[in-house]
Structures are given as C-alpha cells and as structure tokens.
Design a protein. Structure first.
Length: 180
C-alpha cells in the first residue's frame, strides 16, 4: 500500500487552516512527508532547500555548518514565499531553533503549524547514507542535532517519530494537525 492509497481513502476535512512547516534535521524525511501532507490537503508544496542561497549550498556541500547569519536570508525567503502565497501551503524547512520558528510565525499571517520529525541519530544517519542527489553530507548531522532546539510543546506543533513507515508518519502528522 502506498501513501497515496492510504490518504485518498481518509477524510481530512478537519485540518489546520494555515500553512504548515515540516521541520527536523537532515534525513528526517521533511520533503517526503511534506509532499504527502500537501497532497492530502490539496495545498502547494514548497521545497525549502531550493530557497537556500547558492553560498549556503556550497558551504553545506563542503561540510561547513551554516551559521545564524547564513540562515536568516534563507528563512526570510521562506517567510516571504509563505506570506505571498494566496492560500495555505506546506514547506520543508529544518527550522532548528526557536528563534527561526518565531521568524517564520511572524511572517505568516494566516497562522502556521509545525510538524516536527524526529528520530535517533543512527536512523537519521542511515537514511542520509542511502539517499542520492542531496547536497547535505552526513558529516553535518551531528552539528544539526547540536543546534536543534526541540519544539515539542510549542504552540501549533505536532511531533512525530520517524522510526516507522512513511504512511504511518504522515497519518500521525495529519491526525495531530487535525487536533490543532
């Protein structure tokens, strides 16, 4: 059974009305989960990695961690895309620090929810080793985990453990969003 099969048969009429950021460290499945949530809701999906300035991608490709100064223009670009969207959207973004999430909340007038994808370092590292075509090297995972400020308990935030199949992750995220 594919994620499409699961979500086409489920009625998600009770849903979070604003935009949604699918967040977490590299390897957590932000893009895959975000695409499925967007499909289930009929929202557009924005791949946050595509909004990184070229300098950020170059740094990360070389195994150099980003600083706050590197991340602010990227977060501003994501916020601008969300604010300019005529309707709610789903975006993938690491949103590692509370201050980053607050910046995104401030720039999104229609309300914003976060789906926080988390898992063990071993699982995340394994996932990163098996993906191809991504600029983020596995060597930066520890830096991201060290930077991460756990958003569990923040307003409009759903936490989902990624140590389960994609349809279960998405189903848990959609169920959590419906309760917001």
């Amino acid at each position: 059974m594919t994620a499409d099969d699961t979500f086409e048969k489920t009625d998600y009429t009770r849903r979070f009305a604003g935009s949604i950021v699918v967040m977490g460290v590299s390897g957590s499945g932000k893009s895959s989960v975000g695409e499925e949530i967007a499909r289930a809701y009929g929202y557009p999906f924005i791949e946050g990695d595509q909004l990184h300035p070229p300098e950020n991608i170059k740094k990360m490709s070389e195994g150099i961690p980003l600083t706050d100064d590197d991340r602010w223009p990227w977060l501003a670009a994501i916020g601008e895309r969300l604010a300019a969207s005529a309707a709610a959207a789903v975006v993938s973004c690491s949103a590692l620090k509370r201050s980053y999430r607050e910046k995104l909340r401030e720039s999104t007038p229609g309300g914003l929810a976060f789906v926080y994808l988390h898992g063990s370092e071993a699982l995340l590292s394994e996932r990163m080793r098996h993906r191809s075509g991504h600029f983020m090297p596995t060597s930066l995972l520890r830096t991201q985990l060290a930077t991460l400020e756990d958003p569990t308990g923040e307003v409009n935030t759903v936490a989902v453990d990624v140590a389960q199949p994609l349809p279960d992750i998405v189903g848990e995220a959609l169920s959590g969003l419906a309760r917001l």
